[in-house]
Design a protein. Structure first.
Length: 585
């Protein structure tokens, strides 16, 4: 738990110290009550106690009990503050760490696992801190002091009590040891169930379309059964702990009073009252010790699960990030040039390079297109420019500076990026378009409207109730694929970047919308550099240059007409899409 303590604020540590002080007070108060009870027993057994002395002793018990309740309540309050503060800190740390991840680190954990670590695992840490602060000191202290105070009363009682308490502790530890691997695997199986449920929800349309209810139901049931098996295995053992502890506690009480009956019977008449009083006090201390050990066991169960969660959280926090900010902040003039110099790239764990010796340069204001078969490396080129991945060999330069020498925020502020998969966030349309600068509306509504006009999104936005303040559901589920693409393009345009990266971002648009969008984009951003990936030649035929990729290499470069005569791969693509135009040449 050293890592967790290190994340606590100074105030949290002060609260932790206060909670320990009040736990000590609570221990002392609780140990006073059996002593007073013994005194009352002695007074009543003697037969000469007056009414006022018994009431006075009873009121003293109530007073100590009330103070103990107040101390306990204060410890609970402090533990809640500490656990909530730590949970907030952990969530912030995890958020910032995950935001620093590249595609490689995100894929290594998996999105479902990261979600579980940010939610369920943090909650488990909060629970262990809350329970630990309340019991981790109080229960051992009450058990130790109770045993010490019992040891000076009667040797036989003490021996019997110690034997039973040690037997109970060892038996419970053995049972808990059996659950260690189950507890650790429980979180992994929760990850699996989350992943299956997430796929089920995100793929609901496909499941409906293919009548795959039974198939998906079986996948869900398999994950549920696997998790339930671990939960049941854990529950079967842990559910036996409480009855076992209660049984041993009841047995201990019976033995104390049985042995006490023989001891009192054998003692002299003058000693019997004192022995009876000692027996009452001893049984109270034994009950306190038994209850304390049970509390320690219950905390240990939570602690075991908390340790598994802690390891998973620390695994994320300690994960080395490959793509880091440069130590030297370089801010060259914004010219909009992109250059690849002998770039090769291989995905982590892949057997071969995805890109091989890629070299090209795009000057300011140029529009360059990438085309080629699926899997030839077009998206990989796009990902290297904003450093979603780093090159395996060679250099990628933006405005003449290696992208690895930029601060990530500075580099990405120069780029308007539209990915293959259109992503929208819950909120309003205006918030999704004005997403570049972060919090709130950084740009005027007129600027947002202009970005939507260029992105050809204004036509459907203005037909919606609320227009730019209309609601966007999670993932943009209340928009069509083409509408989501146009909103994503509008978001990039809203940044007024020097470089546009369109990764097959026009695929869901009809030809007329595609044509109008490209025309409006040329007019509004004449000085911007544009690099686009497209599958349709109609989208890119008017580009200044077209780069043709095949198996990770550039096999052709030029304008549309030049490539038709000089590049076999490009001509084959053109023949499949524009047979009449190509056939006449």
């Amino acid at each position: 738990m050293t890592k967790m303590l290190g994340l606590m604020t100074k105030r949290d540590k002060e609260f932790l110290g206060l909670s320990l002080i009040f736990s000590v007070i609570q221990v002392w108060l609780n140990l006073r009550i059996p002593k007073i009870m013994g005194g009352i027993t002695t007074l009543l057994s003697n037969g000469n106690a007056d009414h006022s002395s018994v009431i006075s002793a009873g009121l003293s018990m109530l007073f100590y009990a009330a103070l103990s309740l107040m101390a306990s309540s204060f410890v609970v309050f402090l533990s809640a503050r500490i656990s909530c503060s730590l949970g907030r800190k952990l969530r912030n740390e995890l958020f910032h760490k995950i935001m620093s991840f590249s595609q490689e680190e995100t894929a290594a954990f998996g999105s479902s696992s990261l979600i579980t670590r940010c939610t369920g695992d943090v909650v488990m840490i909060e629970q262990i801190v809350s329970a630990g602060v309340q019991i981790i000191f109080y229960a051992p202290a009450i058990a130790v002091f109770a045993i010490i105070m019992m040891s000076g009363t009667n040797l036989i009682w003490t021996v019997v009590t110690l034997v039973l308490l040690m037997s109970m502790t060892m038996l419970m530890y053995f049972l808990l040891h059996l659950t260690r691997d189950t507890i650790i695997n429980l979180q992994k199986k929760t990850d699996t169930l989350n992943r299956v449920n997430r796929e089920h929800i995100e793929g609901l349309k496909i499941i409906h379309a293919f009548n795959a209810y039974e198939y998906q139901r079986k996948r869900s049931l398999d994950a549920i059964e696997d998790l339930n098996e671990s939960v049941f295995s854990l529950s079967r053992i842990t559910s036996a702990l409480l009855p076992l502890g209660n049984g041993i506690g009841n047995l201990l009480g019976i033995l104390i009073y049985t042995i006490g009956a023989y001891v009192i019977q054998a003692a002299a008449v003058t000693e019997r009252v004192g022995l009876f009083s000692d027996m009452v006090v001893f049984s109270s201390f034994a009950a306190l010790a038994t209850m304390a050990i049970m509390q320690i066991v219950m905390v240990y169960i939570v602690f075991m699960r908390g340790m598994a969660s802690q390891m998973r959280i620390i695994e994320v926090l300690d994960k080395e990030v490959r793509i880091k900010d440069s130590s030297d902040e370089k801010c060259p003039l914004k010219t909009g040039t992109i250059e690849f110099k002998n770039v090769s790239f291989r995905y982590p764990g892949a057997a071969a390079d995805t890109l091989k010796n890629i070299t090209f340069k795009i000057n300011k204001g140029e529009t360059v297109a990438l085309i080629g078969a699926t899997g030839c490396g077009k998206t990989s080129i796009m990902n290297l420019i904003p450093r979603m991945y780093d090159v395996s060999d060679g250099e990628v330069l933006v405005d003449g500076v290696d992208v690895r020498d930029y601060k990530l925020a500075e580099l990405r502020s120069r780029i308007g990026y539209v990915p293959q998969k259109s992503i929208l966030f819950s909120g309003t349309i205006a918030q999704n378009i004005d997403f570049a600068e972060g919090i709130g509306f950084q740009r005027t509504l007129s600027h947002i409207r202009e970005a939507a006009r260029v992105g050809q999104a204004d036509s459907f936005i203005e037909k919606r109730e609320g227009q730019y303040y209309a609601r966007v559901e999670q993932g943009g589920s209340n928009f069509s694929g083409g509408q989501r693409q146009r909103l994503n393009i509008s978001r990039a345009i809203s940044r007024d970047p020097e470089i546009y990266l369109f990764d097959d971002s026009f695929s869901a648009l009809d030809f007329e919308t595609d044509r109008r969008l490209r025309k409006a984009l040329r007019e509004s951003s004449q000085n911007a550099t544009v690099l686009m990936v497209a599958q349709r030649i109609q989208t890119i035929k008017n580009a200044d240059r077209i780069l043709v990729l095949d198996k990770g290499m550039i096999v052709g470069e030029g304008r549309h007409e030049e490539l038709l005569s000089s590049c076999r791969v490009y001509k084959e693509i053109a023949m499949s899409q524009l047979p009449r135009e190509v056939g006449t040449k």
